[in-house]
Write a protein that binds this ligand. Structure first.
Ligand code: NAI
Length: 251
């Protein structure tokens, strides 16, 4: 791969899609990719409203209200990047949800919604973007897995299964995407302080923090910086990896 002309902006000239960008880890990914030179298309569910436009405005990017599980999600993104840009270089599949319950109470709705957002959508988006010729050669796909997909977590059978599945997708797509000189990698964050983790019971939250050797929750920027590396020319030869971002977790 060629070295970027400007080392301070390794993503200059690149167009990046970040799903789930209205808040939390996704909002910070949008900021870091933009800082590194990318034009960011910030996508989130229409209900995210103003929060999404605020992130897009802050990073000088484009707000795209979009449910990643919609059948035409990939087509909509493809249309946008082909009409306004010359395709997409970076896809960050960050949108994710939890619907935690112990297995006996895990009804089918909770199971299916988590599967749809966390597992099916990241794969479907890549398939649809490729089919539409909207994902550029030399590009990068980065999926957000979780330590819960590696080590498991009580009450998160659905969530953990999807996050383990994301690692399976990375493995399966590595040789396929390599044919187009596109890399695919995943990050597996540990406990990160966001609205998602603020919703879990205090004791579980404390346990999450203690798993981190620093004895505190991780920050969204820790995850975003790793993703920016996977999107940059510096990692052009790095594909098929899962990197834990959890502060030397004991897991
Ligand atoms: P969050 O709940 O703060 O943000 C997630 C964003 O995704 C929200 O803005 C939400 O509206 C959006 N979203 C949900 N469903 C969507 C859909 N169908 N289409 C488009 N957007 C959708 O969550 P957080 O903590 O920022 O998590 C981001 C990612 O990181 C998720 O994939 C999560 O599973 C993963 N993760 C988070 C960890 C944590 O400790 N916070 C740990 C490991 C992984």
């Amino acid at each position: 791969a060629e070295a970027p002309a400007d080392w301070d902006k390794p993503l200059a000239g690149k167009v990046a899609l970040v799903t789930g960008a209205a808040r939390g880890i996704g909002a910070t990914i949008a900021e870091v990719l933009s800082r590194d030179g990318a034009h960011v298309i910030a996508a989130d569910i229409p209900a995210a409203g103003e929060a999404l436009s605020e992130v897009a405005n802050k990073v000088g990017g484009t707000a795209l209200p979009l449910d990643v599980t919609a059948p035409d999600a990939g087509a909509k993104i493809a249309e946008l990047v082909k009409s306004r840009h010359s395709g997409l270089d970076i896809v960050v599949n960050n949108a994710g949800i939890t619907r935690d319950k112990l297995l006996a109470n895990m009804d089918e709705g909770k199971w299916n919604s988590v599967m749809a957002v966390n597992l099916k959508a990241p794969k479907q988006l890549v398939d649809d973007l490729l089919a539409a010729g909207a994902l550029n050669e030399g590009g990068s796909v980065v999926d957000v897995s979780s330590i819960a997909g590696i080590a498991g977590n009580r009450g998160q059978t659905n969530y953990g299964a999807t996050k383990a599945g994301v690692i399976g997708i990375v493995d399966a797509y590595t040789p396929v995407l390599a044919e187009k000189n596109i890399t695919i990698n995943a990050v597996a964050p540990g406990f990160i302080e966001t609205a998602m983790t603020a919703a879990i019971p205090l004791a579980t939250r404390q346990a999450g923090r203690l798993m981190n050797s620093l004895q505190q929750g991780g920050q969204t920027v820790d995850v975003a910086e790793t993703i920016s590396y996977f999107a940059a020319p510096a990692s052009a030869a790095v594909t098929g990896n899962v990197v834990r971002v959890c502060g030397q977790s004991l897991l």
